[in-house]
Design a protein around this ligand. Sequence first.
Ligand code: GLA
Length: 730
Amino acid sequence: MSIIYNEKEKIFHLKTPETSYVIGIYEGKLPMHLYYGKRLDSSFSFKDLFEANGDNGWGQGSMSADFENKIQLSGVPIECPSMGDGDVRPAMFQAKYEDGSILSKLWYTGHKIYKGKPEIPGLPATYVESDDEADTLELYLEDSFQDIKVVLYYTAFSKMDVITRSMRVINGNKGVVRLTAALSGCLDFNNKNYDLMHFYGAWARERYMERKPLFIGNQSVESLLGASGHHQNPFICLAEHGATEDRGRVYGVNLVYSGNFVSGAYVDPYHRTRLYIGINPTNFEWKLECGEEFFTPECVFVYSDEGIGKMSRTFHRLIRDRLARGKFRGEERPILINNWEATTFDFDEEKIVSIAKKAADVGVDMMVLDDGWFGVRNDDTTSLGDWFVNRDKLPNGLDGLAKRVNDMGMKFGLWLEPEMVSPESKLYKEHPDWCLHVQGRSRGLARSQLILDYSRKDVRDYIIKVLSDIFDNANIEYIKWDMNRNMGEIGSMLLPADRQGETAHRYMLGLYSVLEEIKKKYPDMLMEGCSAGGGRFDMGMFHYFDQFWTSDESEAMARIQIQNGTSYCYPTITMGAHVSKVPNGVGRVTSMELRGYVSLAGQFGYELDLNQLNDADIEEVKRQIALCKQYRKVFNNGDMYRIMSPENTSFMAWQFISEDKETVIVELFTMKALRYPPAEIIRLKDLESSSLYRDKETGREYSGEFLMNVGFSREPNVEYGCEMLILEKV
Ligand code: GLA
């Protein structure tokens, strides 16, 4: 058992291979957070841990009469802080009751510990394949005055340093309850000696890392876009000041959810820190009638005492092995070519066939037809919702085109944007009320489109039928499911006035149910997500999508930064990464080799017309495809190390070690070139000291010890230079 209950001390000790999470029940009533960090195997008492949290008497609230005025709830570490009882820090649970009060007091009433991990109804979550992979603790809390019950779920994985949390709220029989906040988890610390790391961005520059010391007050990243969004990612870390890739204490937390979120840290004047994460309470209200219940999404905690890199690798393994599902989980994916950047909307069957033909010749596995194949869509102003083929462009339909592509020995894939409707469409004319909107108000467009109201069952049923018709009538082996605008005026026609605050979350539940149905119905179809590039790159999506288009920025030098930022939480197997033409982006011209190396560190593919390339570049394309086929398991299933970064060197360097530890690949990119630069030392990580590794290109052999300690030197003297070093264990 990795969860142990000490009845005498009223302590729950959750253990993973290298971490411990300890909860204590104070005075038989209040679940307190006593410890999270490196695994503790010796014995300790409630008192030892409680006292280690510092002077608990000081806080901004009043003394608690429920505990004989011995503590202030603002001053103690709490597992499920609620609103109104004197704890003035951000609360996990907030409700409005029929008597007008907002006060909740959630006291422990019991618990259950069992092997395995339960699902969360209607929501994506990490999972186990056999019950001995994890233990789960259910803590039962109750506010008997308001007849509210809360279940806190904790799962400790037995082979990974992962703790997950979620919450279920059950309304009893006293009256209607309005939930105004229902977060997924929080963590209280007795100090503020951490930097907050988060990942911000915009279209074409997703997930740039920012790292700032915690300040006193509230600091959070969040989304109100109706999607996790480009601007900020739900994933945040608290890294001890000075923590590096290999050293220091680091806490990573993420949310398995794709809608409005908040991830934050609140530091009080006594330097106590509360980390919290969940559905954003702003613009959220959920009505619970008597007997109704609400499940929060799951949040995931990962602790590493060996720096940021180890935390990243734990997230990578979890996402790859126990969040992703289906036939393609951990499997090699087809190398694809997508026509978007080559043609945008300007194509016909012959043009697509000519792109596919050249790609087939060089060994590409799949042709993906992007936007513009349906309705009368020749630009982005029309036709979303009209998912019938444009016969002017494709006279033989999707089926005819798929057959021609299949005849070349390639698979066929298709772009869709099923959550959207263009006002210029038949669908909108027939069902103007099917989009999200607030009645009587104007409807703001973004990219000339509106969002279909997936909180409605009739809309969801229609979409599933339309998509099934497409998938049943052509050999489509991959889809790119796009979502190109965020929510503005959020409202649903079918929800009553007092449930309008539920719209954004009901939308997510609706979307998840559609994706679940499609995934079940078409288990052999590879599914890639997209949101104007990487605007919904989150753990919720990776329960359904095998991979996600990382960014619409495919220019290689800019892409390096984006993939590096993304790698702090998400594994390379999830990152769609394609070679595109030059000049691209800001007009940069880089070599075919560099573009290939960047894409190989993701889900490899092409985003151009190979017919336009010269012979030398085509030879390089062939070499890349061979490299991909030989080494994609190393890039996508092995462990990744960020060994150099442009913050303090002239290079970005990534190291990949295969699961069997036999192959090591280092990719090195020159980020800042100088004419006569000083040499820089590149040292590898986590090799076997006494094993020998042979450089595939030169045949020279080095010991692991040598590569990790002496390393090798390189001079950053070539603009946009790149190098790939492949080492095989001898
Ligand atoms: C989004 C995607 C692109 C492409 C276009 C098509 O921007 O990120 O890759 O599919 O839509 O309109």
